[in-house]
Write a new protein. Sequence first.
Length: 462
Amino acid sequence: MLLKQRNNKKNSKAIILIQNLKKIAKGKGPDKFLVDELIESGESWAYLKNENGIKILVKENDMTDEAFRIVGHDIFHFLKEKVAEADIEGAKAKLLPFLEGLMLSSYLFDRFLTKKPSLKVKFNCVYCPEEINSLHKEELINVTDAVFWARDMVNLPVSHLNAEQFSQQISELLSPLGVRVDILEKSKIEALKMGGLLSVNKGSIDPPTFTIAEYKPEGHKNKKPIILIGKGVVYDTGGLSLKPTPGSMDCMKSDMAGAAAVIGALCLAAKQKIKLHIVALIPATDNRPGMNAYTPGDVITMFNGTTVEVLNTDAEGRMILADALSYSEKYKPELVIDAATLTGAAVRAIGTHAAIVMGNAKDEVFDKLEKAGVQTHERVVRFPFWEEYKEDMKSKIADLKNIGGPNGGMISAGKFLETFVKAPYVHMDVAGPTWLDAKENYKGVSGTGYGVRLLYHFLKNY
C-alpha cells in the first residue's frame, strides 16, 4: 500500500484526490459538480462520472470515525472492482479514519498462491488539506505496515513459522529501527530455569525461544520501562489434553496473535519515535503431544521458583507467560501489560468485538487503554479482578494449579498470572478479536492484527 504526495496526476494509476468540501458547501466552486453524472449512490458516498473521469464523493456528515473507516473499506473494494483510476473527495474532518479503513482493506495474504491476483492497487495522495500533513500520511503508512506484519505472522502456518522463525522475523522487523533484539535459545532458557516455557515445549521437536526487544530512545520520559509481554504459542494442539472440539485446531496458528500485536505496537513506537522506554518479552514455542510432552499431574517449577500443578496441558499460555512476567522484574518496570489469546471463556463472554482486560494497575491506566480502544475501535471491556478468583487456582500439592473451575476462567487465569508479577499489571485476553472466521469490513478474515493500533495509541498518549 502506497500513500505519498504526488504532483503529476497523469502518472498515477489510482488516485485519491482529497479536497475540502466545506468550500463547496459555502458556494465556492460548485460549477465542477454540474457536469457530474451520478452512476451509483450509497448512504455516505456517491460514484460519479464526468469528462475528467471517475470520482468518488465521500459525503460530509456526522458519522463516527469507525463508520468512515468502513466507508473507506467499501470504496476500496468498489474502486478495485470497477475502475483503475479515480479521484476521491472527502470531508477533511474524517479524512484520516477514512484513509485508514481504505488502506487496511488492501491487505492480501497471497504468499502461498501459485497464481497471484493480477490487480495490485496503489493509492497516491495528490492533494490533502493543510490539516493532513506529511507526518499524518507517514503515520498512516506505518500503521498499515505494522498491522499487515501482524496479520502475516498470524496467518502463517507453523510449517513456515516455528518459534525460531518467529523470533527471526521479529529481529528483522525491529533491528533496523534501532531496537535491540536478543533471542535466547533453548540452552539459555534452560540455564535460566524457565520451567513453564520448557515444559510446554517438551512435546515438540522444535526448540523454544525467548525474545527480548528493547526500545530506549534518547530523552525517554519514563524513568522505569513499560514492559509488553506477548504469548507466542506458534501452534497449539492442546498437548496431551488434545483439543476435543472438531475444527478447534484449524485456526491454532493464531495462538501467537498476542505476541504479534505487542511487536507490531513496538515497531510503531520506534518508527514514530515515541519517547518511551519500552521492553517487549516474547516466550515462543508450539504445544504438541509428542516427544516427552508434559502431562496432566506434572508439577513444574517456574522461573521464580513457584511450583505449578498441571491439570490441563491446553492451559499452556499461562505457563509460558508466567516465566516472562517473572523475568520482567529484572527491569523494575512501572507497568507490565501482557496480550494473549488465553481463554475460550473470553470469547464465550463477549465474542469477537472486543478484548477482555483486567489487572491491578491504577484506574487511570485502564481509562487510557479504554480511550485508545474507542479511538481505534479495538475496544476493551474491563472485568473484575477480585481476590476470590485466586482461590480457584490453589493446588493441594503445589503452590498453584494451572486451571481453575468451570466458571470465570478468563479471570482466574488472570489471577494466576498476577502472582508472577510485582509491578502494576494489566492482563489482556485477546482471544476473540484477533481472528475472524468470516470477513468483517477492513478487518478482513483470519488474522486481524487486533491490538497493534490499540497498544500503539495507548503508548502514544501515555
